[in-house]
Design a protein around this ligand. Structure first.
Ligand code: AMP
Length: 471
């Protein structure tokens, strides 16, 4: 028989809250982690966002805290957005228990936060920098904290929070239990876990494999110049009720994309670390409520975004590290729903995609650019020539001509092209031939022009129909 929430005899407010939330049964990570955490044992949990991990640590923490206004538990998160989300979920889960849950994160008015803390807090959810700041200023007292939880620990390490986490850790003399959750387990996390915990129970698969959500993974070979064209196609094909999250690697590119899409009459909003905190929250809320369909974001800003409606994730740029890929695609296909993820892969990115696929044992097939949906006859964004994407490392582009070796020698063909286009011999590279066609290498700087000339002229009274051959 499978475990149900009723088997655990949870505190009444929590049990009632779960009923109210409509949760039918615990998720896998909850089944694994909750009983162990309730016993007071340290837990290292492997769980991605969307797996129900917040409740996996939230339920035991809520049970162990009482409403006395003194912080007894602290949950550290890598971003403000995630801190807000975690505290919202914990507030829901505690139901009528009456614990004071306070968020402590940077980018907002420090005095207001201090005033809220002064009214009493039982559970703190925060980002490391601000937690330290508030503690040093005397607004936050870590002395009575017994429960310490690190959410998305891998990302916190990525973001260089380790010294901060260590500081918080060392300033909790009465810590009794530590819970650490992470989607991936690079060596640094394993080391950190050793540092923070004693005899922790690891709730994860033996081979540290990541639990990849059920989503359709696709890659498209496309150069920078035409990524927007492909994005336009994917947007055109998006389900009416769907929502899309597009990842770009830089803040600047997020802004550029929003602007460009709007030029092509596609509305989107951008989210990155330079946007003021209150505005970021507003953007996220609008997105959550479905008022916006397309969100363009950097990794940091999108961390932990919990929006059930996301049906499509697009890696406009491939992430710089393999772990981010898993975090990104985990934004869709949440709680078992289906989703799709598209990765745009330029020539230089092909190795990176292979590395991602082999690290996580994923199959990410290259597919054709999706066709325009029925009833739409024009692309939202026009396709452009992208010669760099089809040239080889010597800058040569291979062009197919519809003439076989029986009809022309290589020499005759190259002499004709050179004389018609009035180019230097060096513009042409090798020529190969078979029965029906010839392939000519043409330098990337001249290829567009030379192809136009070939198209416009007749060779012994016939057209040669030049077509680019993919690199
Ligand atoms: P998380 O992985 O904590 O970000 O949770 C992902 C989403 O699943 C959140 O919206 C939760 O409210 C929801 N959730 C968590 N546990 C359950 C459950 N046992 N049944 C249904 N929904 C859940």
């Amino acid at each position: 028989m499978s475990t149900g929430f009723a088997d655990w005899n949870l505190e009444k407010p929590i049990a009632d809250a779960i009923v109210k939330l409509g949760w039918k049964k615990p998720t896998e990570i909850q089944i694994e982690a909750i009983p162990i955490a309730r016993r007071g044992t340290d837990v290292v949990g492997q769980a991605k966002t969307g797996s129900g991990k917040t409740a996996a640590f939230g339920i035991p923490i809520i049970e162990k805290c009482e409403s006395n206004g003194i912080p007894q538990a602290i949950i550290l998160c890598p971003t403000r957005e995630l801190a807000v989300q975690v505290s919202e979920e914990i507030s829901l889960l505690q139901g009528e228990k009456g614990l004071a849950i306070q968020t402590v994160y940077g980018g907002t008015d420090l005095e207001k936060q201090a005033a809220r803390l002064a009214k009493g807090a039982d559970i703190i959810v925060g980002t490391p920098g601000r937690v330290i700041d508030m503690t040093k200023r005397g607004h936050l007292n870590l002395k009575q904290i017994a429960f310490f939880c690190l959410d998305e620990a891998d990302r916190m390490l990525d973001m260089g929070f380790f010294p901060d986490i260590l500081w918080v850790f060392e300033n909790m003399p009465n810590r009794k239990q530590t819970l650490l959750f992470s989607a991936t387990f690079p060596q640094e996390i394993i080391d950190a876990a050793d540092e923070f915990m004693s005899e922790a129970v690891h709730v994860m698969s033996d081979d540290l494999e990541v639990d990849i959500p059920e989503i359709e993974l696709n890659a498209i070979r496309i150069g920078r110049a035409n990524k927007l064209w492909v994005l336009g196609r994917i947007i055109a094909n998006m389900d009416e009720n769907g929502q899309m999250l597009v990842f770009s690697n830089t803040k600047r590119m997020v802004d550029v994309l929003v602007e460009r899409l709007s030029k092509f009459r596609m509305k989107s909003v951008g989210l990155h670390g330079d946007i003021p905190q209150n505005k970021r929250e507003r953007i996220l809320n609008n997105f959550k409520e479905g008022k916006e369909r397309i969100l363009i974001a950097t990794d940091v800003a999108a961390r932990g975004i919990d929006v059930d409606g996301i049906t499509v994730v697009v890696n406009y740029d491939l992430p710089d590290d393999t772990e981010s890929f898993v975090h990104r695609i985990g934004r869709t296909g949440r709680m078992g729903r289906s989703g799709e993820a598209w990765s745009f892969v330029s020539k230089e990115d092909r190795g990176a995609l292979e590395k991602i696929a082999s690290t996580w044992n994923l199959t990410i097939p290259y597919v054709e650019v999706p066709a325009l949906p029925k009833g739409m006859d024009r692309d939202p964004v026009r396709k452009r020539d992208d010669w760099d994407e089809v040239s080889d490392s010597f800058g040569m582009v291979r062009v197919n001509l519809s003439i076989g070796k029986a009809e022309s020698t290589k020499r005759a063909l190259s002499d004709w092209i050179i004389s018609q286009a009035k180019i230097q011999e060096i513009v042409l590279g090798e020529i190969t031939q078979d029965e029906k066609s010839s392939q000519v290498e043409i330098h990337v700087q001249k290829v567009a022009y030379v192809m136009d000339v070939i198209k416009a002229r007749d060779y012994n009274g016939r057209k040669l129909k030049p077509v680019i051959v993919d690199a």
